[in-house]
Design a protein around this ligand. Sequence first.
Ligand SMILES: [Zn+2]
Length: 84
Amino acid sequence: MKTKPTKKEAENNIEKFFSRKEFSAKEVRKIKRLAMKFNIKLGKYRREFCKKCLDKLRGKNKVSKNYKTVKCERCRFVNRIKIS
Ligand SMILES: [Zn+2]
């Protein structure tokens, strides 16, 4: 019998996932689903991927007063990240 993964295990998986240097949009979708299932907030990990195409976020950084904006190289969506 297969045991259900626990929230702790899910959290570990998510942490491990985002410590990787490369990941694909497909994998991000999977990890997002996992987080949603366990009601885990992605918080700091959100800035690791593009909000629109879910690919690893890379591109030009621009910092303004309260936000850091990163223009996605792939879909050109401008991601705004709040600076706390
Ligand atoms: Zn994108």
